[in-house]
Design a protein around this ligand. Structure first.
Ligand code: M6R
Length: 611
């Protein structure tokens, strides 16, 4: 998730590029860069840090010219640095590329290009595109034809914006699974990954669809399909204000991020699925079965939502890799003298990679001799730098304080890690791995389908009002999801909510279950289903209002609950990824109903960097 801008026209390109990038910094801000063609050569300027660092760098010596592209980065492949910043160029500097997304087969392409004599300057996946352009280019060829050849070689997701000294007077763009918009001006045209970058200049746009390419000149825009057949696009008039545009037309970042989950999950998992569908390959780890054999115990340490992802992670690792796991809240872990030694693996989970309690726990456990692995969303963050190994979730920047897409991508990462460990130590047979991967691949589409009809959930949120106390109950993995559902509700709607292991209610909490109390009962785990239903009966007997969360096709549940929200049928281990979606939505709509500030709940910060 980065930001892209482009300009072609009669004016100077640099002022628009900087202005446009400043509107996109919410999409990524670890480095920024621009490239401008001055009529003879393309000049590239880029630097680590926020956009203002780049602005200072070029102050008084701005690149001149009226064709240019720019990029603000949120690192995925390669840490934040000057060299890894976009734009990227080929060996000759004649092809310039900015890119959002992930080129999944970049490693094999890079090896091939290095063998052919190309020299790489960055660790990014994007740079392969620039070198591929150089490699396949034939003298006199149109830039769009060269780009088309390269698109046939790359796999993955992209918004690509490319210019070249070989064929000037145009910018060529291509889109697959990442947004790209062309802003239509008079004698000038604009390109952006997101509308906020261009709405100060024009409200007339072409929104590119997957598989489309555009050739943008100052006085024309042609859109083609991948085979080069022209497409007639409809002009989309943007009527959002600047603030709504930043949120992609959504009312809040939280709901935008809820809807981004299918894409975030796809990005996090796709490059890690073995190409032949046979399992998971985590090339970042390069562990051998001997490395794994040395691990006698695993601690998962995290805070808040990331801790809840850890609770799910424990189930995954114990079930699939059969290694004992303890999950700890970071602020508790540090002060309880945990029994850690060199045979311990500590996995820390953190969206921001900066949470002080988690970072301190990581340092402590490392000092005690444990091996460490970070699961984080922010490349180059303190936690990523401190850990021995890192697995990045590729959710893109999460802006709302309430974590949603970070949570589901953390679950995906923990699931893949557990399968990977099970493959290495032989606890997950190849057929089982293939079966799990098959189920995993369905998850983004299943979430997408669930998000298509949220009306019933809106109705529950408004109808029940969730005024005072709400209980979330479930067993095994359902309990882990209940923890997250209850946190979501309390942090953004300020309603008192508690999560209980359903079998534990009768040991005390059942005293609080009285007539009319809303109880969200999760019943997606088939191996423990009958037991869960027994607990639901205990709740219903006290006249609570029970909303059941069950798998599609469950004909039984309606007998015991007042209402049911069905989630698509999946492998039990993956049910948390689906069951949490209605809980996120319930929290969101409850908060809206109560007039709460959804994106910035009271007393909370996005990243907690104090103990
Ligand atoms: O950045 P981290 O994942 O380390 O943050 C941990 C918690 O502060 C965070 O998950 C918090 O609980 C969320 N705001 C909950 O939605």
């Amino acid at each position: 998730m980065c930001g892209i801008v482009g300009y072609i026209g009669q004016d100077k390109a640099t002022p628009f590029l900087i202005e446009g990038l400043s509107k996109l910094e919410y999409r990524g801000y670890d480095s920024a860069g621009i490239a401008v063609y001055n009529g003879e050569t393309i000049r590239v300027e880029k630097s680590l840090g926020r956009l203002e660092v780049l602005e200072q760098k070029i102050k008084g010596n701005e690149p001149e010219g009226s064709i240019g592209v720019g990029h603000t980065r949120w690192a995925t492949h390669g840490r934040p640095s000057d060299r890894n910043s976009h734009p990227h160029t080929d060996c000759t500097g004649k092809f310039v590329v900015v890119h959002n997304g992930i080129i999944e087969n970049f490693m094999s392409l890079k090896e091939m290009l290095i063998e052919k004599g190309h020299t790489f300057r960055s660790e990014t996946d994007t740079e392969v595109v620039a070198h591929l352009l150089e490699e396949v280019y034939e003298e006199g060829e149109l830039l769009e034809d060269t780009v088309r050849k390269v698109l046939n070689m790359v796999e993955g997701s992209y918004a690509l914006v490319i210019m070249s000294e070989h064929d000037t007077g145009k910018i060529v763009c291509a889109k697959q699974d990442n947004p790209l918009v062309i802003g239509l001006g008079e004698g000038e045209n604009f390109i952006a990954s997101d509308i906020p970058a261009i709405i100060q200049r024009t409200r007339r746009t072409y929104i590119l669809s997957d598989g489309e390419m555009a050739v943008v000149k100052s006085d024309s825009v042609w859109v083609y399909n991948r085979d080069g057949v022209p497409i007639t696009k409809k002009v989309f008039e943007v009527n959002w204000d600047a603030e709504a545009a930043e949120k992609g037309g959504y009312e809040h970042f939280m709901i935008k991020e809820i809807y981004e989950q299918p894409k975030a999950i796809r990005e996090t998992m796709s490059a890690r699925l073995a190409k032949d569908g046979s399992g998971i390959s985590l090339n970042e780890l390069k562990w051998t079965k001997h490395d794994l054999a040395d691990i006698k115990k695993i601690f998962i340490v995290a805070c808040g939502t990331a801790y809840h992802a850890g609770v799910v992670g424990k189930y995954y690792i114990e079930k699939l890799a059969r290694i004992p796991v303890e999950v700890d809240i970071a602020s508790e872990f540090r002060y309880r003298s945990p029994l850690v030694d060199k045979d311990t693996l500590a996995i820390v989970i953190s969206q921001s990679g900066e949470t002080s309690d988690t970072l301190a726990a990581l340092k402590e456990v490392k000092a005690m001799g444990a091996r460490t692995l970070a699961v984080t969303n922010v490349v180059g963050s303190s936690i990523a730098r401190e850990a021995d190994n890192v697995l990045y979730t590729w959710a893109g920047p999460e802006i709302a304080v309430a974590s949603t897409k970070a949570y589901t991508t953390q679950l995906i990462m923990m699931f893949m890690l557990a399968v990977y460990m099970g493959q290495l130590n032989g606890k997950v047979a190849p057929e089982r791995a293939a079966e799990l991967v098959e189920a995993l691949k369905q998850v983004p589409t299943q979430i997408h389908e669930m998000l298509e009809d949220v009306e019933p959930i809106k109705t529950f949120a408004t109808k029940y009002g969730f005024n005072e106390d709400v209980f979330f109950v479930g067993r095994s993995l359902d309990y882990a999801v209940a923890l997250e559902g209850s946190l979501k509700l309390k942090e953004i709607s300020y309603i008192h909510a508690e999560a209980y292991a359903a079998g534990e209610l009768k040991h005390g909490t059942l005293a609080l279950i009285v007539e009319g109390i809303p109880v969200i009962a999760l019943a997606t785990q088939e191996d423990i289903y009958d037991k869960t239903v027994n607990n639901i009966k205990e709740i219903k007997a006290r006249d609570a209002v029970v909303i059941g969360i069950a798998l599609e096709g469950d004909k039984n549940i309606a007998k015991y609950v007042d209402h049911t929200i069905f989630v698509p049928r999946t492998n039990s281990l993956l049910a948390p990824l689906l069951a949490v979606i209605p809980l996120q939505l319930l929290a969101y709509y409850a908060a809206i109903t109560r007039g709460c500030d959804v994106d910035k709940p009271r007393n909370l910060a996005k990243s907690v960097t104090v103990e």
